[in-house]
Design a protein around this ligand. Structure first.
Ligand code: 13P
Ligand code: SF4
Length: 330
């Protein structure tokens, strides 16, 4: 029996569901029951009738399922972490609040909004301050809602997404620890200094290159790209929104895409270009293989739960508060 058949057989026998993010390798996406952007994965996996989840992605994604559906057992075939999510932990969160306090901005003046690319402890800190989680597909909507409280928004960890939202809404923004005290105190959106190493690879120069080569080309990027890139693009959206946009185009329409390589290569073979002179692969997303999926299912069958996601219940409840507020709004 080949690996794919072994996985399917074991999955059915154990009553498992396999979820995979679009940045996973083709071999993994092809065996998944559920695919989607971060928002869709969280919702669809939570709502699946299966209580055993094999989640192929990065750890904040598996954690999101566990936060929302604690009765489910969630296993990640590879302990893969998003490098942006790694840029903040609960101590860095506290340090950021302290720095804002030093600048005269009290906790009552702030509402935190964390991008879903953050760990459960950080989401719990945000929940404890009555803040929100957002994803790339609903960030504008969540920010609009958060702004109803007439406070400064502390946006974390992705400074690019925070800056892109501020620019779109013509709001003042500053990056904490980088910009001056004056700029921070005057900002409507105070961004944490995190970023995605993969989406940093796309530059305005790449856009100029493609526009010169193919004057009618469309430029499509993910909002984790630098504001200078997003401002020059024709379409900015989450991974699902990018896929839907490109599927809606005429086959002859050339398009250059600024997001992870596995997704772009899967889009369509003709007239699609990777918006970078380097190969924009997410190293940790690329770690999971069919072997890892098979190993985790075989181990589970033997009672070896090495890859299970577990959360402290106090942390989970606070993180749930922030994550569920987002789901109620989107
Ligand atoms: P999406 O929610 O758009 O899938 O983005 C997740 C991500 O990590 C992009 O780098
Ligand atoms: Fe994280 Fe960037 Fe990889 Fe997305 S592409 S999972 S933000 S490191």
């Amino acid at each position: 029996m080949n690996k794919i058949m072994q996985i399917k057989k074991l999955k059915n026998e154990l009553g498992a569901v396999i979820a995979a993010h679009f940045y996973q390798k083709d071999e993994v996406v092809n065996i998944a029951d559920i695919t989607g952007d971060s928002l869709e994965l969280a919702k669809k996996t939570r709502d699946s009738d299966k209580d055993l989840v094999v989640f192929c992605g990065v750890s904040f994604m598996g954690q999101s399922v566990k936060i929302l559906a604690p009765h489910k057992r969630v296993f990640m075939p590879k302990a893969a972490c998003c490098s942006m999510a790694r840029m903040i932990d609960s101590n860095y969160f506290d340090d950021s609040i302290s720095l804002m306090e030093e600048y005269g901005i009290t906790q009552d003046d702030i509402i935190p909004v964390t991008y879903i690319n953050s760990n459960a402890e950080v989401k719990a800190k945000v929940g404890a301050m009555n803040g929100f989680v957002c994803t790339s597909s609903n960030a504008a909507q969540i920010m609009q809602h958060a702004q109803k409280e007439h406070k400064k928004i502390f946006f974390l960890p992705d400074k690019c997404l925070g800056q892109n939202l501020a620019i779109k809404n013509k709001q003042k923004y500053a990056v904490l620890g980088i910009d001056s005290k004056t700029k921070v105190t005057e900002a409507d959106i105070i961004c944490y200094n995190g970023f995605c190493s993969v989406h940093q690879l796309f530059t305005p120069h790449d856009i100029d290159f493609y526009r010169q080569k193919y004057p009618d080309i469309l430029i499509v990027v993910h909002p984790e790209c630098d504001p200078k890139v997003c401002e020059k693009a024709d379409f900015v959206g989450s991974t699902s929104q990018i896929i839907a946009f490109i599927q809606s185009l005429d086959e002859e329409q050339k398009v250059a895409v600024g997001t992870e390589y596995n997704l772009v290569k899967r889009l369509r073979s003709k007239n699609t270009f990777v918006l970078s002179s380097t190969k924009p692969e997410c190293p940790t997303m690329n770690e999971t293989s069919l072997d890892d999926v098979l190993n985790v299912l075989e181990a589970y069958k033997k009672g070896d739960f090495y890859a299970e996601i577990t959360l402290d219940e106090h942390v989970r409840l606070l993180a749930f508060k922030a994550l569920n507020r987002m789901l109620e709004l989107s």
